[in-house]
Design a protein. Structure first.
Length: 391
């Protein structure tokens, strides 16, 4: 039975805790032995709600030394990933680090170097690699069912206003929307293209959650516009939200329901990016955080020398059109799992055998590099050569 600890007790930690405790396939092989957070109130609330048998620590070094862990899951804000991962490797632990891997090329390299020195392995929280549609799609592409891939197009639409309420709103913490959120789809595009990004060009803006000077320092729970604002976030609506956030504010000052129109926000709510790969393939990716019709949607159109594949994550379908043929092949994936259990089982396999996980450190590195380059391209309004930021 492998002993796993989680550092950080936010929303993503809940997903991992649920998998470790509720999945019979996971809990037969691993246990959630300890949790760590610098906020003692949130730590106690998380333990009560999701991990009653886990030991608690507010000191990360004590967590690493005393909990007798085989591995650590890092679910803290992105700007802390490098330091916490490197310290876990130094303590002899395997690591599953949430995306994005890190905010700078230097930190990414430091994490790869630490992994190599430690003899342990790093898995990234790129959970979409374990979903039904990717487990079907990649073999289809590798079998050459549409010939050689030439172009990839991805469109992602979601109701993402909560990125403007939370710590994600600041690039210094999240790296920007193309790194913190976009890294998921950028990773899938990298995998589909089967190459490494060579150049990246991106444009974007904050066009819906626009800054309003009168909204500086506002929060939903005390706002006089709360009754009419479409972006109102009720952090006391659920008992768990109140206990994890509102009741814990006096410990660290973290406020979860800040106004989405606050001028202090410095991330985009829509981006369009183009990527050229080292194998000559090309991709374009659009993300919108202000539109959703019937749920989060990721759509892919993949053009090859022998046909086209259309993929809809929400509709759970893959459709293959052969070139110069009326033949159409459809895969209906309805009823398949989200992939969280497979993600955790891959992590346990990695701990037990040292095998390379599906979402390994190289996948995390290149998805983060693509996101960093996209953010830099927007800021400097130019095409970014990946060699500039990786040398």
């Amino acid at each position: 039975m492998k002993r796993i600890g989680i550092v950080g007790t936010g929303a993503r930690a809940i997903t991992f805790a649920d998998s470790l405790i509720k999945s019979k396939h996971v809990r037969n092989r691993a246990e959630l032995a300890a949790i760590c957070d610098i906020n003692p109130k949130r730590l106690a609330a998380f333990q009560s709600l999701y991990a009653p048998a886990a030991a608690t620590f507010t000191d990360y070094d004590a967590f690493l030394k005393q909990a007798k862990l085989d591995a650590v899951i890092v679910t803290t804000p992105c700007n802390t990933h490098a330091e916490l991962t490197i310290r876990a490797f130094a303590a002899g632990k395997h690591v599953l680090c949430e995306k994005a891997m890190a905010l700078t090329p230097a930190d990414l390299k430091s994490m790869l170097d630490a992994e190599k020195r430690s003899g342990k392995r790093l898995q990234l929280g790129l959970c979409l690699r374990y979903t039904d549609f990717m487990r079907e799609l990649i073999p289809i592409l590798r079998r050459g069912e549409i010939g050689d891939v030439v172009m990839v197009s991805a469109v992602e639409t979601l109701e993402g206003g909560n990125h403007f309420n939370r710590w994600h709103r600041h690039k210094a913490i999240s790296g920007g929307i193309m790194l913190q959120k976009g890294t998921h789809t950028l990773d899938l595009i990298n995998w589909i293209a089967d190459g490494h990004p060579k150049t990246v060009c991106a444009i974007g803006g904050r066009d819906v959650y626009k800054a309003r000077s009168e909204c500086a320092d506002r929060r939903c729970s005390t706002c006089h516009e709360a009754a009419t604002c479409l972006e109102f976030l009720d952090i006391c609506g659920e008992d768990s939200d109140r206990r994890l956030y509102k009741d814990c504010e006096d410990c660290d000052g973290y406020i979860w329901d800040r106004c989405v129109f606050d001028p202090a926000v410095d991330i985009c709510d829509n981006v369009m990016a183009q990527v050229e790969y080292d194998n000559g393939r090309r991709a374009q990716y659009s993300i919108s955080l202000f539109y959703v019709k019937t749920g989060i949607e990721r759509e892919f159109s993949i053009l090859g020398t022998g046909g086209r594949i259309n993929v809809s994550r929400r509709r759970e379908e893959i459709i293959i059109h052969r070139r110069r043929s009326k033949d159409v092949i459809s895969y209906n994936l309805e009823g398949h799992g989200e992939g969280f259990e497979l993600e955790m089982l891959d992590f346990i396999d990695m701990i037990e055998t040292g095998k390379t996980p599906v979402a390994d450190s190289q996948a995390g590195y290149w998805s983060a590099i693509a996101g960093i380059a996209a953010e830099q391209s927007m800021a400097e309004r130019r095409i970014i050569d990946i060699g500039e930021i990786t040398r």
